[in-house]
Design a protein around this ligand. Sequence first.
Ligand code: DGL
Length: 265
Amino acid sequence: MKINKNAIGIFDSGVGGTSIWKEIVQTLPNENTIYLSDSKNAPYGQKSKEKIIELSIKNTELLLKKGCKMIVVACNTATTNAIKILRKKYDVPFIGIEPAIKPASLATKTNVIGILATKGTLNSDLFEKTSSKIDDEIVVLEQVGEGLVELIENGEIDSVKMTSLLEKYLQPMVVRNVDAIVLGCTHYPYLIKKIREIVGNDIKIIDSGEAVARQTKAILEKHKLSFSGLNEKTNHQFYINQPKENLSSLIKEYKKNITIKELDF
Ligand code: DGL
């Protein structure tokens, strides 16, 4: 196999994409990674399509300058608004993430599924296209998770405010008999414990993290970009344009070969 030691570049509007980074390092333990947390500009979800594209280009260019061999857009909002343009503009492979409404529609027995995502994702053409392919019999309850990304960025996952927002967004879904809830934002896997407390154990909670990691592996192999240097140390660099403490605490279980730097980008 051809060896390419360059890193996989990953970016998100903030710290949420670390939920995807964790899946990627689990699936591809020998790969180096560089992660950009654009927390200064979070949330992307309330911004215009043009602004989301501009920020996605800025992040991509920094990762390419750092020599990344492929880019994972670990943000549903950036993927659904900007990935088409990124793919046209740059010749490295891109992996994106979209809300997993198709798997949810295949899993539902009640024919009612819920989706929690940002306004930018739910209003995008790409999401519209994906949801138009869902069986007409299935009711899709769309809910904007307004305020959730900000609280996660501020390290307020376990706050009273978070609980009351989640109750406001999820209880109407429970009342309408959803049996699957799609997490359409990479920040939200950090809320699974709290979501479970509200919706109970019988409702499936579906996110796309594992599928993205599998797809990353497949695309690396397809483009012969994998690095299988078993004896070499892998290296994971994180860059954040806000104070780094919140990011550090979200990945605190990972200690080896990690550097987290504050950088204004
Ligand atoms: N993690 C981003 C996503 O997946 C959050 C978007 C935002 O910053 O609003 O959509």
